[in-house]
Design a binder for this molecule. Structure first.
Ligand code: RFL
Ligand code: PHB
Length: 407
């Protein structure tokens, strides 16, 4: 492949945010180059999210990357809490008219990569961005940003009207913003998730979020024959310190129901990993010619299943704003990008924090917090209005972050 040195939009990072942005821009006739530091195999195999909001499903449809999802994805109308042995079902479809789609991020990414390569537009793997420079100043003919990257052992420069940092929490793009121009908000939780993949049919038709005195557990799935499950564990847990039998025993203990009506099936565990939990927001999500999207700008703990969906929502807003600028010359929507995106981000931050604090038990469990969490779950069980609010947040809110999506 010839190494590109000039484009309209330089996209740093080929995760869901960067790849999807490149497709949305193609549809608007805007050139872009995607630079991804990892190999294609690595990007396609990272185990991550599993829940797609309706709006995310719609975008995949819009860009024509939905055929496999339509055939193999699993639409879910609801999910359940197992609260100290009592089941509370949240019927999202009945309460809000919409559900969610179970379709793994790995599969989304695989389809986005295949489509981009098929279209022949620039997407470079093993291309590590070293620095983003010259982002200060106005957009347009008055200047260009420069992205320096290493590819095949040589350092290159890519010049662009606009750079979009889609390079995740540990990426380099955010660091190009001067410290005094960005404000960050952060919360690090005193627990992590141990996640497994297992060759075992899901034991429940819907997801189960469990709170137990022993801690949180989540039962999810990847297909009718593959279970994905998580356990709350102490920070810095070594995944190899858990035997497979101990993992199943713990999942069984935390997800069981008092009336004995729930049985967790087991099977060979094929993958074990540990993920720390963090909330993080960088404001604003722009500095001059540099825009941030997805995990590069914000992180949520996975309890609310919002990270991937937020990344998709960001690039949807940004692609629309870039298209408006290119076709009309008006920067109004680009100037509004950060505020527009942050409205949804903070709603998701609050929802994810709420789900996390309601369902986990910190290692130093304060009895006051514990009583609050139990009372919170009683409210979920007793109030349809409250379940409706949870369902609206879970299945996704409209882009202004204030109203539920139209039915
Ligand atoms: P990504 O996916 O981290 O992609 C960033 C990409 O940038 C590349 N990169 C660079 N490339 C070039 N030069 C550099 N210097 C670079 N530095 C980094 C990286 O290699 C990578 O390919 O960010 P993006 O695109 O913003 O996407 C965000 C999502 O991946 C993330 O929010 C979700 O996975 C979060 N998440 C969930 N989200 C949901 O919506 N629903 C879920 O059910 C859900 N479950 C989860 C999750 C995340 C989890 N983990 C592992 C953190 C469950 C887990 C366990
Ligand atoms: C997953 O299937 O990986 C998953 C589902 C729901 C969550 C987090 C992760 O809240």
């Amino acid at each position: 492949m010839t190494v590109p040195d000039r484009t309209a939009v330089a996209i740093v990072g080929g995760g869901p945010a960067g790849l999807l942005l490149s497709h949305l821009l193609v549809r608007q006739g805007i050139d872009s180059v995607v630079l991804e530091s990892r190999s294609r195999e690595r990007v396609e195999s990272r185990q991550r999210a599993g829940i797609l909001e309706h709006g995310t499903v719609d975008v995949l449809h819009e860009i024509g990357a939905d055929a496999r999802m339509n055939a193999q994805g699993m639409p879910h109308d609801g999910f359940a809490f197992h609260a100290h042995g009592e089941e509370i079902r949240v019927d999202m479809a009945a309460l809000t008219g919409r559900g969610v789609m179970i379709w793994a991020q790995t599969e989304v990414v695989r389809d986005l990569i295949a489509l981009r390569l098929e279209q022949g537009d620039p997407l470079l793997f093993d291309a590590e961005v070293l620095a983003v420079e010259k982002v200060d100043g106005p957009l347009g003919h008055d200047g260009e940003a420069v992205v320096r990257y290493a590819y095949e052992g040589v350092e290159h420069e890519l010049r662009a009207d606009v750079v979009v940092g889609c390079d995740g929490f540990h990426g380099v793009a955010r660091r190009a913003i001067p410290a005094e121009a960005v404000r960050t908000f952060e919360r690090v939780y005193p627990f992590s998730w141990l996640g497994i993949l297992a060759d075992a049919p899901p034991s429940s038709e819907e997801l189960v979020y469990a709170r137990h005195d022993r801690g949180f557990a989540l039962l999810s799935m990847r297909s009718p024959s593959i279970t994905r499950a998580y356990l709350q564990v102490p920070n810095d847990t070594d995944p190899s310190s858990w035997s497979h039998e101990a993992i199943w025993d713990e999942l069984t203990a935390r997800t069981g129901l008092a009336d004995g009506s729930f049985t967790l099936g087991r099977g060979p565990i094929t993958d074990v990993s540990v993920t720390p939990m963090r909330s993080f927001v960088a404001e604003p999500m722009r500095s001059g010619r540099l825009f941030l999207a997805g995990d590069a700008a914000h992180i949520v703990p996975p309890t609310g299943a919002k990270g991937l969906n937020l990344a998709v929502a960001d690039v949807r807003v940004l692609a629309g704003a870039l298209a408006s600028w290119r076709s009309t010359g008006s920067q109004e929507l680009l100037d509004a990008y950060s505020d527009t995106a942050l409205r949804r981000v903070w709603r998701a931050e609050h929802f994810s924090w709420t789900m996390t604090t309601m369902l986990h038990r910190p290692p130093d469990a304060d009895p006051f917090d514990d009583r609050l969490a139990r009372s919170h779950l009683q409210l979920v069980a007793s109030s349809e209005a409250y379940r409706t609010a949870i369902a609206e947040n879970y299945r996704g809110l409209d882009l202004d972050g204030l109203r539920p999506r139209e039915h």
